[in-house]
Design a protein around this ligand. Structure first.
Ligand SMILES: *Cc1c(COP(=O)(O)O)cnc(C)c1O
Length: 363
């Protein structure tokens, strides 16, 4: 048990303030419904982190001039709590999320969290909200830690008044209709991030840069866009808001962390599992022309995205304008893709051994 420095006040909720957690079999919509309580604390340069409280999930009161509303000093994380076979609850590599949050925060002049304090706060919140972790197959409780600069000042400066909070949203199985491959449009006009920019930080501003391209791609009938580098629009960066992998037979290749790519925890887990299985792995600069010709020639046998929401998302085909590049058996996930998905979800839900010690049991 870690000794925490953080003193957390816990607000009692009245019975009338409690909603019903999802019932077994109930349909859950990602990110729309939230649990009864949230964790929140403040930071300023004088007091550091203070006023930590677990209270009713409710609206925030912010000045209309708050920095975050104008200049976007905001970082967030996404992780999940998984119901275990014995009824307990586990998190997957949560310290890595808070470490990454600190790296993201540093990029936009937000303060660092004490990783153990943040984990203790999350653990306490989950203990109170444990009934919100659903138990239907494939379901989980999505956890969204968020940090924002809220100084009431319409002038650009580094944030000094800061909020950190954690909200919880129950989610159903990502793959309702089976492990279906997605169609990906190669984005040749817009870029998500540039080297030296915010690409390696998990910050809302990157998403703002990506909304239009995603919208246009969906209007054309594609599921996601493939992002190319922001300078030459030639090197492959990410797919939607996931990292991307290309399988060459027994070898996994992914984009190197060049500063404009988000260092995914699922990406890292895939690389470590693949090495553990004796597969070859490479993190390199991936030329889209080379990738397309390797797909066309059949050298690339599988393509998939990786991220917390989907875990692994098989890619059925890439599209350059209207030219289709089907991958493997377009409508069916590849063998390695499927194996990685089964293994990672098996570990997360406690159905398979956890050789890397990735799970953190909280109850
Ligand atoms: C969060 C995120 C990912 C995936 O990271 P995980 O830690 O695997 O969930 C990939 N790309 C972007 C842009 C992201 O925001």
């Amino acid at each position: 048990m870690t000794v925490t420095k953080l003193k957390i006040n816990i607000q009692e909720l009245k019975p009338a303030e409690l909603k019903s957690p999802p019932a077994p079999g109930q349909k859950l919509f990602f990110g729309k419904e939230f649990s009864d309580r949230m964790f929140i604390m403040r930071h300023d340069p004088q007091q550091g982190w203070h006023n930590a409280i677990i209270r009713k999930y409710d609206n925030l009161a912010l000045s209309p001039a708050a920095l975050v509303l104008h200049y976007a000093p905001e970082v967030f994380e996404g992780l999940k709590a998984y119901r275990q076979p014995d009824g307990g609850i586990a998190l997957f590599r949560p310290r890595d999320n808070f470490l990454r949050m600190n790296a993201s925060a540093a990029r936009v002049c937000l303060p660092e969290l004490d990783v153990e304090d943040a984990l203790a706060a999350l653990t306490e919140l989950l203990r109170l909200e444990k009934n919100w972790v659903p138990s239907d197959p494939g379901s989980s409780l999505y956890i969204r830690p968020t940090m924002i600069g809220i100084d009431p000042y319409v002038g650009l400066k580094e944030p000094e008044e800061v909020l950190f909070y954690i909200i919880l949203s129950p989610v159903g199985a990502y793959y309702e209709h089976g492990f279906e491959p997605v169609s990906i449009m190669i984005e040749d006009k817009y870029v998500r991030a540039v080297r030296g920019g915010l690409g390696a930080a998990k910050t809302g501003a990157n998403y703002s840069a990506s909304i239009l391209a995603g919208h246009l791609a969906r209007k054309k009938g594609f599921d996601q866009v493939l992002w190319l580098d922001g300078v030459e629009q030639r090197y492959i960066e990410e797919v939607g808001s996931m990292n991307i992998f290309f399988v060459y037979g027994e070898k996994l290749v992914t984009s190197e962390l060049n500063g404009s790519i988000l260092p995914g925890i699922t990406r890292d887990s895939v690389l470590r599992l693949a090495k553990h299985w004796g597969l070859e792995t490479a993190e390199t600069r991936l030329d889209i022309r080379e990738a397309l010709s390797d797909i066309a020639s059949g050298r690339i046998t599988e393509v998939f995205g990786s991220g917390t929401a989907a875990v692994i998302s098989p890619v059925g085909a890439l599209y350059e304008q209207d030219k289709e590049y089907p991958v493997g058996e377009k409508n069916q996930a590849g063998k390695i893709t499927q194996k990685l998905y089964d293994e990672l979800t098996g570990i997360q839900y406690g159905r398979r051994p956890d050789p890397f010690g990735w799970l953190v049991r909280i109850s």
